[in-house]
Design a protein around this ligand. Structure first.
Ligand SMILES: [Ca+2]
Length: 299
């Protein structure tokens, strides 16, 4: 689409401005149709899309390069103010919704514009969480928005609507605890929510669950390097939402083995017949001789 503004003052139906486009700069095509040009006066006004509106450049869709020109044609018989061109812009409609152009959309504000957005998110959340009452749904939307300082005192919540944070909170599933060593247990799980703000890793080592780590949204693994050894360990993962909702996964168990005993300074001794002098041998010989001597005295 070619947008432009014209201040036109030409001899009516004799001197014309033609708006033309070309893919090669050689062959030009009239944007309004064969021989259709702009002629006459705008009364001294610079008008956007004067006479016939903005020019459709749909013929240029998909081309890597293209050219657009304003061509003035006159018979040189009468001299007037001529043509002033301003605000020239080429805009590309969103081709994914091909039937529409950028000119089909405008910016508006106010509660009448906010209402359809809120209604749309309400429908989205309700479709995902159909058990909510209308009041619960309203509370869900109100409590999960983004706090915006500029909205404080202007809206009831002081927040901006946030569809993602209002969606249902699903518990993590498939929690596993793999004992990697006497000093580490590796946890992994499946992240099922879009609305969690954090995950709590909780461990019960015979004294109730305590939180051992707080992880970012979308986390799905954690290594526990501080669990007591030789104790039955129970783990669970708790998803937390912005408005205080929380839901825990199923639990899983692990038994971390005790650490190997390391004794300092050796300890104990042993006889090794393959090495040097053994102090036990003369002792045994002395005992043997003593027994023989005693036996001879008795005899
Ligand atoms: Ca997630």
């Amino acid at each position: 689409m070619l947008n432009y503004a014209l201040n036109l003052d030409t001899e009516y139906r004799v001197d014309f401005v033609f708006i033309e486009h070309s893919s090669d700069g050689v062959t030009w095509t009239n944007a309004f149709g064969p021989s259709i040009g702009l002629s006459g006066s705008t009364g001294g006004w610079l008008l956007s899309g004067a006479f016939g509106g903005n020019a459709n450049l749909g013929d240029l869709n998909g081309l890597a390069t293209a050219q657009v020109r304003f061509r003035f044609e006159t018979d040189l018989s009468i001299t007037l103010d001529g043509v002033h061109v301003d605000d020239v812009a080429i805009t590309v409609p969103n081709t994914t919704i091909g039937a529409h152009s950028v000119n089909d959309y405008v910016f508006l504000n106010g509660t009448s514009m906010a209402t359809p957005h809120v209604a749309g998110v309400a429908a989205l959340v309700w479709s995902a969480d159909p058990g909510l009452t209308s009041l619960q749904l309203k509370t869900r939307l109100m409590n999960n928005g983004d706090p915006i300082a500029a909205l404080v005192g202007k809206t009831v919540s002081g927040k901006r609507l946030n569809a993602q944070m209002a969606m249902p909170l699903h518990a993590a599933t498939a929690l596993t605890a793999a004992v990697v060593s006497f000093s580490q247990v590796d946890l992994s799980w499946v992240d099922n929510s879009v609305s969690e703000t954090s995950y709590l890793v909780q461990r019960d080592s015979c004294a109730g669950f305590t939180t051992i780590a707080t992880l970012a949204a979308d986390s799905s693994a954690y290594s526990d390097a501080a669990a007591p050894a030789g104790t039955n360990l129970v783990y669970q993962i708790v998803a937390q939402a912005r408005d205080g909702r929380a839901t825990a996964s199923a639990t899983t168990n692990a038994m971390k083995p005790a650490a190997p005993v390391v004794v300092a300074g050796g300890g104990g001794c042993m006889l090794n017949p393959q090495t040097g002098f053994d102090p036990m041998l003369p002792t045994l010989l002395l005992i043997a001789f003593s027994i023989l001597y005693l036996r001879r005295r008795k005899a």
